[in-house]
Design a protein around this ligand. Sequence first.
Ligand code: FES
Ligand code: FES
Length: 157
Amino acid sequence: MTVKALFHLNGKNVQVEVYEDEPLLYVLREDFGLNGPKFGCGMHQCGSCMVLVDGEAVPSCMQPCKSFEGKKIETIEGLIKSNGLHPLQESFFEEQAAQCGYCLNGMMIAGLALLRSNPKPSENEIREALQPVICRCGTHTRFISAIKKASEKSSKF
Ligand code: FES
Ligand code: FES
């Protein structure tokens, strides 16, 4: 059975028809064409499907879309502004922070949630924030440097 779900997505109010148990990730990718969040484990264990929900980094692969009714959801696609890249995206490019790139979405979303609540984090705080995201290529040091660099460049995220 399908139901309507209403939420705020990347700056716009949206309404979509979904199956009652359809995970948010499927709706973002299939109904809205937002392919930034990736399907990895499908079990809330790898973080590749992270999105921001009311400012918090949350996996989107299991929880039904309907349960996000009324929430403010941001995906990595929402970071690009008309005046160019977000400072966090710039820092990821500058530090070449990725190998295969599969975890990149989760790393960026987890980093962004941290920087918004704590614009000048310590290295330990960055490590802790990135913990829910698995990187099989072992590129963690570059992600940490990129987040540190972004925090030095800006305090508005
Ligand atoms: S795909 Fe969602 S946590 Fe792995
Ligand atoms: S860069 Fe390949 S999984 Fe992280």
